[in-house]
Design a protein around this ligand. Sequence first.
Ligand code: SF4
Length: 289
Amino acid sequence: MRYDEPLFRPPSEADSLIFQVTLGCSHNACVFCAMYRSKTYRARPLEEIASEIGRAARNAPDISRVFLADGDALAAPTPFLLEILQMLGKSFPRLRRVSLYATPQNLLAKSPSDLVALHEAGLQMFYLGLESGSATVLKAQAKGVTPEQAVDAVRKGHAAGLRSSIMVLLGLGGVDGTTEHANATAETCNEMQPLYLSALTWMPVPEAPLWRLMERGGFRLPDDDGILAELELLIRRLDLRDTVFRANHASNPLPIGGRLSRDRASLLEAVAAARAGQLRLRPRLLRGT
Ligand code: SF4
């Protein structure tokens, strides 16, 4: 498969076959994000995608998982996505799961019946970057939605039968906003009750406008202990019934994860041990975005 680089996918989609049905991100404005700065958002021609699916089906007919890239494939028109999902269903008899990245804006723009149709055609799950539940942080980062809109969007997806994997970014409130960021993020995630919740850590990248703000002294990123303190507060405030929680992304200083309803105490113990210097943090050189 030839891809239009850069190509991103969630870590848990490492074994999925990726089809780039859209390029870039339809929002492409978040201050901390540099992922798709080099691309202009567009849906790719259906004929190209059809030919890639046909080729993949001939070479690897037993594929069971597919991820639709790029940054927010759900921005594409519903009939276009339905056609792709139908092609995938016909081409891969063992297909069990199709997932994609979605923004709250994408979900809010679709009608409930569109989302149900997409689910019935094979779409199982969306990955959504909430980043923060704080209205102040979301505004400062130009995320384009309020926490309330993000909650409505995720609930709308759930109501259509879709499963959710939500990502939040430790450090995004800066040193000054760390407490508000953690508290409000926990509160917003509690409203969402996602199936999966991942806490990543913001890694400064020179192409992101937030990097330039940081260089000018307008944003202070918490140090490792500040990130761990934020993680600790987040875990304490989360009230999730059946969510799998992960903070094991390559960007995190301390890789941990578990089911919060069962493992909260051990997660908090691990964070406390790391803060006390009893657990080794991931070396900085080995951290990545
Ligand atoms: S964070 Fe997501 S929505 Fe924001 S610009 Fe990056 S890819 Fe687009």
